[in-house]
Design a binder for this molecule. Structure first.
Ligand code: RM4
Ligand code: MN
Ligand code: MN
Length: 424
């Protein structure tokens, strides 16, 4: 389904007066408000094809009605999101969960919905039906060369799908590792993984990147072969310029300073991008900003400072993607919240008084440094986001429109109330 333009206009009109008052109040404090708004308009967050259905845990899944039954419907859902918030203009496909059987048709449908194709995600963490060899003991790290070859071939196939869709990156997350001490030789596992990735790297088109994602545990609980940013950085350095490290916010042990990792990867030109989500314990994949929005702000603070120092364009130099999925919310509402949280953190980071912060650091004025950061963090930037959406043709309040227009009910009418199964 599509949302009619006049409905958005009616909604915007009904909130316009109140919005203008709130916007004028904050705009008066900002030096180049139009420049800032343009950055917000340009900043797009890619939506993974697996986030449109209710996620599950290993204990079960409680699906909802009206969820997309195929790739076409997933694209339509993201198109809907994008029509509302004008900030979700890209989709990231997972192969083989969402194989684009007819690439030109899928491309045309995406274009109709204003969407581009972000990174392609490969999958060697599950066995697929009809697959010859099993990944039970790993894929690219496997002791059997034949299994490694199969994993490499899969990744090269994913690149081929991506080329047809004008994607420019392959995102690799491996579940490879070991569950028990002694199960594998760690150096051997690393070297075999490197060798496999090298073969994939050779197959990358010149204008492509390969993003190496790390994760400390799960489904392997003793060691993970690409377990942290150091191991990913080592691989991406050995591979070459087209390889970079991907940071999934949920893939760290508790207490790790993610903003510091981000800052250094950026300094080295090795930060591929993000899988945004939030977590309290581990890879919880919760709605972005739902648990620790201050950490998200601190990450964006490093990003904005680091990208500006290197003269990078915020919107396009790095891959911005959501990787969240869970049990209890309407997936579209959840994604609206996640995108909003990301852009709030970004807008707050844009408000940081950088010269004053540099001075405070120079003076070792710790109190002032904290004041500067928290002044930006405590600013209610939501009217700025709303204004950016308005100028881009979206809704002042996307969630309100989604609910008032009973969009989920319409999707249920169209697609049925029965939950469909997803890849996860
Ligand atoms: C992993 C990792 C990958 C994602 C899969 C579904 O934990 O975050 O990025 O593709 O989950
Ligand atoms: Mn991820
Ligand atoms: Mn994850």
């Amino acid at each position: 389904m599509q949302i009619e333009k006049y409905k958005l206009e009616e909604h915007n009109h009904s909130l316009q007066k109140e919005h203008q008052r709130r916007f004028d109040f904050i705009a008066a404090e900002i030096k180049d408000v139009n420049g800032l708004l343009q950055k917000l308009i340009d900043f797009q967050v890619a939506i993974p094809s697996w986030a449109l259905g209710t996620g599950g845990t290993r204990f079960g899944r409680f699906g909802g009605g009206g969820e997309p039954r195929n790739l076409e419907e997933k694209i339509e859902d993201i198109g809907l999101l994008h029509a509302l918030n004008k900030s979700s203009g890209a989709i990231s496909l997972h192969i083989p969960w969402d194989i684009p059987e007819n690439a030109s048709h899928i491309k045309a449908l995406a274009a109709q919905n204003g969407l581009k194709f972000d990174a392609m995600n490969s999958n060697t963490f599950q066995d697929q039906s009809g697959q010859e060899l099993s990944y039970k003991f790993g894929s690219m790290q496997h002791v059997d060369k034949a299994v490694r070859k199969q994993a490499v071939a899969h990744n090269i196939e994913v690149i081929k799908y991506g080329v047809e869709l004008d994607s420019k990156a392959l995102s690799v997350w491996l579940s490879d590792g070991s569950n028990f001490p002694g199960q594998l030789n760690m150096r051997g596992a690393f070297e075999r993984t490197l060798e496999s990735l090298q073969e994939i790297y050779e197959a990358l088109p010149d204008d492509w990147k390969v993003w190496v994602e790390y994760k400390p545990y799960e489904p392997n609980f003793y060691s993970t072969t690409i377990g942290d940013w150091g191991q990913s950085y080592l691989l991406s350095s050995k591979l070459g310029q087209k390889a970079q490290t991907l940071v999934d916010l949920g893939h760290h042990l508790q207490g790790v300073n993610i903003e510091q990792i981000v800052s250094l990867l950026l300094m080295e030109g090795k930060l591929a991008g993000f899988h945004f989500n939030d977590s309290k314990y581990g890879d919880d994949d919760l709605t972005v900003g739902s648990i620790n929005p201050y950490q998200l702000f601190l990450i964006f603070n490093e990003l904005v400072e680091g990208m500006d120092a290197r003269g990078m364009t915020h919107a396009t130099s790095i891959g911005w993607m959501i990787d969240a999925s869970h049990n209890v919310k309407d997936p579209i509402e959840d994604l609206l919240q996640s995108v909003e949280a990301i852009k709030i953190a970004y807008a707050q980071a844009l408000l940081v008084d950088t010269p004053a912060l540099v001075q405070a650091q120079q003076d070792n004025d710790v109190v002032q440094a904290q004041e500067i950061l928290q002044h930006a963090y405590r600013t209610d930037v939501r009217p700025l986001l709303a204004e950016a959406r308005l100028r881009a043709g979206g809704a002042l309040n996307p969630l309100t429109v989604y609910r008032q227009q009973t969009i989920r009910q319409q999707l249920i009418n169209e697609r049925g109330a029965k939950a469909v199964s997803t890849g996860l």
